[in-house]
Design a protein around this ligand. Structure first.
Ligand code: ADP
Ligand code: MG
Length: 277
């Protein structure tokens, strides 16, 4: 089943006369001996998969065989993993909340104490605000850390503990394609809620970025490499802002509203501009 975004992208490609072949990662298996049948002559792969693990496998295979991928394997790897992303942002001097990473329950609880309350524990790989927890006291920390250590999946072996930013009930989503900021919105949390994600009941409205925000967004695009990104900013009480995370496969059907068709068109044009010459 195509998502609303992907349906709009297919429609935009057809109306632009762009030849499109689709690879359904839900149904097909891939031979690692080469590119899938029908993709040998592909000029570019626009990766719209909703699964991080699938994207990483497919982008690697296509790049290995000389097909440019939007977004690149590198960008996917960094943006899809909050540990990697926060480290890269911090190293590049982009304002981003402080993060401590721990690898055992005991070290995680000490890290939470060091960070102070409230703080935020979130899965290193995830979206839609799922399992993003505001930790208000020691009891909450113990409960979340105990759950993670008991559940024990790969992502639960890594404890990502982030400084809490006392945001004004909203965060900001910037949609960047290449070097163009296509739109920016703010997402306001439901009354009393912590999460601002639209999937968690947040509501979208237009937002005009400051010059500093625009600069930071372009800097992030430069670090990850020209591509399609949903960059989340969060404002602090001191009037400053932080880059919270960078999404490498951003949705836009809810956030772009009536502009969904225009965004899809720009995505198609961008992918065409990335085709191997
Ligand atoms: N450190 C933080 N301080 C304040 N709010 C946060 C913090 N981290 C996350 N949030 C809130 O939780 C939401 C989801 O967190 P995020 O890191 O973007 O995870 P996801 O990838 O699941 O969207 C954010 O949009 C924001 O509203
Ligand atoms: Mg987010």
């Amino acid at each position: 089943m195509l998502t609303p975004e992907n349906m709009t992208i297919v429609k935009a490609a057809k109306s632009d006369g762009v030849e499109l072949a689709m690879l359904n990662d839900e149904k097909e298996s891939l031979s690692l001996g080469g590119l899938p049948e029908g993709f040998e002559e592909a000029g570019c792969l626009l990766d719209r998969s909703s699964g991080f693990s699938r994207s990483l496998c497919i982008s690697h295979l296509f790049e290995l065989h000389g097909v440019p991928v939007v977004n690149s394997h590198f960008a996917q790897k960094i943006c899809g993993d909050k540990v990697a992303c926060s480290a890269v942002l911090a190293k590049s001097g982009v304002p981003t909340p402080k993060v401590l990473v721990a690898f055992s329950a005991q070290a995680a609880l000490s890290a939470v104490e060091e960070m102070g309350y409230p703080c935020v524990i979130k899965p290193p790989v995830g979206s839609w605000g799922r399992m993003v927890c505001k930790i208000t006291d020691k009891h909450a920390a113990e409960a979340v850390v105990s759950l993670k250590s008991t559940l024990g999946g790969y992502a639960d072996k890594v404890y990502y503990i982030q400084e809490f930013v006392d945001k004004p009930g909203r965060d900001i989503r910037v949609f960047l394609i290449g070097d163009e900021i296509v739109f920016s919105i703010c997402r306001t949390a439901k009354e009393g809620a912590f999460l601002t994600n639209l999937s968690a009941g947040g509501t979208a409205s237009g937002f005009a970025l400051t010059e500093e925000m625009e600069e930071a967004v372009h800097k992030v695009g430069g670090i990850m490499g020209s591509g399609i990104y949903g960059i989340d900013l969060i404002e602090g009480k001191d009037g400053g802002f932080y880059v919270l995370e960078v999404n490498h496969a951003p949705e836009f059907s809810k956030s772009a509203g009536a502009g969904i068709g225009k965004v899809a068109e720009k995505i198609v044009q961008f992918a065409v501009s990335c085709m191997k010459k």
